[in-house]
Structures are given as structure tokens and as C-alpha cells.
Design a protein around this ligand. Structure first.
Ligand SMILES: C[S@@+](CC[C@H](N)C(=O)[O-])C[C@H]1O[C@@H](n2cnc3c(N)ncnc32)[C@H](O)[C@@H]1O
Length: 427
């Protein structure tokens, strides 16, 4: 413990340092780190602190790094840079009392291999921030430069700025109800706002599994925009549907709740367990299959096919701020190739007259607009089935002229996940 009883001690800070290192080292590192046994082994208060500190650091990483670069001539090893990032986030974002934040961060540096040599640097840099606090509120620094430039090229400078402005914001929690008629009863209990098409934006805080209706499976956590694509498939009771990249299963649950006979496919045996767990909790039914959707040998065709393809996930930065810092320009063409293969496989599984919804939680046009344009150019027998204004609860600002959706995070008050969604029909 350090000298301030309100401030978690070295184990919490060491866990935060490991978590930050994992989050910045690889795709999905943040989730991997959060689910690591080392996190589960912490006392609940320390775990909550480590998580909050790392999220605050990642949400402000651009401005924090700019502030550190202004103070450091020769960058120390990466682990010490991460110690400094955590220290800066405590001082400048979480507003931890300076004496505690500086002292504890110097101790954390000292506890690293070779870290004794950097105690002076850490102390000097952080003391500098206590003397002249740095504002971390310049949205021009929020996103990596290459992504900000891409967004400006794709959506225009004003829209790109509005997107980036949300990077530092904490997201609300949205729920999808199994039975939309439950909104009248559950919204007040959950202190929730009812959004268009029935998603709830919850005001309650704390452990989700303790909220009213969780145990009974009456709802699941799903961003309001993530709930749009499955609604657009318009599955009617008794129709068949396949969700080709299904885990953890939010969209599968929607299709099953709509009364569809649903097949849920995902390549990851680990992740698909979450689909089965979610089905069990909600009492909904679906056939769950572990397979690569591009290679899946199954001759069935379906009324509705949903492809929520693997992507750069840049639209999910509010809950996964790590995506901004681990993505690289080279990832995007590679992912686009995978998506094209999956889209061709999805198309083969659509009944004549059936619907195909393609979506990605990416803000990058190559994974969205470009992907669908290329698919239509190479695939006879498919046409866009234009989405109507407001259909499925999509924000009006997101509807494009061709009837596809480009949902940007600022299209909903309070923010939302970014998505591209297209509905196609087999003619
Ligand atoms: C964007 S997530 C899907 C989220 C999910 N639809 C939901 O709403 O909960 C993408 C999923 O695609 C899966 N995936 C990636 N490549 C795949 C492939 N070739 N075949 C099947 N699933 C794949 C991943 O395991 C991951 O679970």
C-alpha cells in the first residue's frame, strides 16, 4: 500500500501496467487482458481500479503521448513509457491527488526490471504535470493521424472531427429486449431511455448481471447501432436464418427472438460458447455450429443470411479504444480480402428472393461501401434492397443515397458504435 489509503496499491497498478501492455500489443489484447486469470485474482476494488485506469489511459492516449513527448527527449523503454502513460492518466484524467499519483507511479517504475534507472525521469515528468497541468481535450490529437486522415477523406473534415471528439467519452450501456413490449415495465426499473426501435439506454451503473431482468434473460447488452442489422433482415416467425459470424451472439438472439429458425456459425470454438450461454440465459433456441463460414460445407439455403464480418472494428472505439492504436494501414486490405470471401460464401446460402444483410463495425470504406460495390459488380443475381429512413432504428443521418447505412458514432446523441450496413436481395 502507498501512503494514501484511498489509492489502490502496487498490485492494482502492476495489473494496470500488464493490461495496458497487452492492450497495445495486439488485436483484441484488451479483452484478452481483461479476461486473464491475473485480473480475476485481484481484489474487486483493485480490479475495478486497474480497468478504469487503463480505459482512461487508452481513451486519452493521443493527448497523453503528445504531452509526454513534449517533456521527454530520449524515449525510455516501452514498459516505462506505459508507466508514464498510466501516471499521466491518473493525474490528468482521474485527478488522483498528485502526491499519491506521483509516488505510486515512481514505485511502479522502480518495480520494473531495470526500472530503478528511470525513477528520476518518471518523478520529474509527473511533477512537471502537477506544476503545469496539461489539458487533454484537443480532439485533433484523439485519433492516430493516419486514421483521422482516412476519416476526413471518407466523410469530410467536420464529420471526422465529430467522430474523433467521441474517443475520450465513456459510452452508455444499451440493451436489446427479447420482447419489445417489456419496455414500459423495464425502462423505469433500469432508469433507461427508450431509443427508436426499442433499444434501452440504461442509466443504472454497476454489475450488469445484477440489473432487473438479467437472470430471467429478458434482455442482453447490445449497442443500439449493433442492433440495427439483424432487424433489417426482417425475419418473420418460421422463416430460416443463418448468422455466419455469430459470436458472442447478440444478433443471433435477435433473429431467434423474432421467431426465426436460426443457425449460428462462428469459427472460434471459444467464442461460440458465449452464444450457447446467451441462448441458455434467454431461453432462445438456435443451432450452433463451429465452422469457417467461407468453407462451411452445408447445402442449405435460408430466407435471411446475416454476415457481421470480422473487420478492423474502428467503429467500436468507445468500448474498445485499443482498436485505434493496434490497427495499422496494412490490416485493412487484408481484412477486405477475408470479407470478400465471406460475402461470396454468404451469397451462396441465400434462397431465391431471400435477403442478405452485410455489416461491419468498421469506419473504413474499403470494408463497407467498397466491399458491397465490388460484390455487386462481380455477382449477378443480387441487388441492393434499399433501407427506408429510420428503418430498424437507424439514425436518419446515417442513410446514404443508395439505401445503405453509414452509421457514424456521433449520429446518436451520447454516441453509438460506428457501422456500415447493406441489405441485398437475391433476385
Ligand atoms: C464482429 S464479430 C461478430 C459479432 C456477433 N455477430 C454479435 O453480434 O455478437 C466477428 C466474429 O466473426 C468470427 N469469425 C471470423 N472469421 C470467421 C470465419 N471465417 N468464419 C466464421 N466466423 C468467423 C469471429 O470469431 C467473431 O466472433
Amino acid at each position: 500500500m502507498n501512503d494514501n489509503e484511498d489509492i489502490p496499491g502496487l498490485p492494482a497498478r502492476a495489473a494496470a501496467l500488464d493490461l495496458l501492455g497487452t492492450a497495445l500489443s495486439r488485436r483484441a489484447g484488451l479483452d484478452e487482458g481483461l479476461n486473464h486469470p491475473a485480473m480475476a485474482a485481484l481484489a474487486p476494488r483493485d480490479r475495478a481500479f486497474a480497468r478504469a485506469l487503463v480505459m482512461a489511459t487508452l481513451r486519452h492516449l493521443g493527448p497523453i503521448d503528445a504531452a509526454l513527448q513534449a517533456k521527454i527527449r530520449k524515449p525510455p523503454p516501452e514498459r516505462i513509457v506505459n508507466v508514464l502513460r498510466l501516471g499521466a492518466a491518473q493525474l490528468l484524467v482521474l485527478k488522483t491527488p498528485p502526491h499519491a499519483a506521483v509516488g505510486a507511479t515512481v514505485d511502479l517504475a522502480a518495480a520494473q526490471k531495470g526500472g530503478q534507472a528511470f525513477k528520476g525521469l518518471v518523478n520529474a515528468v509527473l511533477r512537471g504535470f502537477t506544476r503545469e497541468p496539461v489539458a487533454l481535450d484537443d480532439p485533433a490529437l484523439f485519433a492516430p493521424q493516419w486514421l483521422a486522415a482516412r476519416w476526413a477523406a471518407a466523410f469530410g473534415a467536420d464529420e471526422a472531427r465529430a467522430v474523433a471528439a467521441l474517443i475520450a467519452a465513456e459510452p452508455a450501456t444499451d440493451l436489446t429486449l427479447q420482447d419489445p413490449a417489456d419496455a414500459a415495465e423495464l425502462a423505469p426499473e433500469l432508469e433507461a431511455e427508450v431509443l427508436p426501435a426499442g433499444s434501452l439506454r440504461v442509466g443504472l451503473k454497476g454489475e450488469v448481471s445484477a440489473w432487473p431482468g438479467f437472470d430471467a434473460g429478458r434482455w442482453w447488452v447490445q449497442d443500439a447501432s449493433a442492433a440495427v442489422p439483424a432487424r433489417l433482415l426482417n425475419i418473420q416467425r418460421g422463416e430460416t436464418a443463418v448468422d455466419l459470424c455469430a459470436a458472442p451472439g447478440g444478433k443471433t438472439l435477435q433473429l431467434a427472438a423474432a421467431g426465426g429458425k436460426v443457425v449460428a456459425v462462428d469459427r472460434s470454438a471459444g467464442r461460440i460458447k458465449r452464444v450457447s450461454e446467451n441462448l441458455a440465459r434467454t431461453g432462445l433456441g438456435a443451432e450452433v455450429i463451429v465452422a469457417d463460414a467461407a468453407e462451411w460445407r452445408d447445402s442449405r439455403t435460408f430466407d435471411g443470411v446475416l454476415l457481421d464480418a470480422p473487420c478492423s472494428a474502428t467503429g467500436t472505439f468507445r468500448r474498445h479504444p485499443d482498436v485505434l492504436w493496434v490497427a495499422s494501414p496494412a490490416d485493412i486490405p487484408k481484412l477486405a480480402q477475408v470479407q470478400a470471401k465471406l460475402l461470396d460464401s454468404a451469397a451462396r446460402r441465400v434462397k431465391p428472393g431471400g435477403r442478405l444483410v452485410y455489416c461491419v463495425c468498421s469506419l473504413e470504406p474499403e470494408e463497407g461501401e467498397g466491399q458491397v460495390a465490388a460484390f455487386l459488380a462481380r455477382t449477378p443475381g443480387f441487388a441492393l434492397d434499399p433501407i427506408a429512413p429510420g428503418e430498424g432504428g437507424a439514425p436518419e443521418a446515417s442513410l446514404r443515397e443508395d439505401g445503405t447505412l453509414r452509421i457514424l458514432p456521433h449520429h446518436r446523441v451520447g454516441g453509438t458504435d460506428g457501422f456500415y450496413v447493406a441489405r441485398l436481395r437475391r433476385t
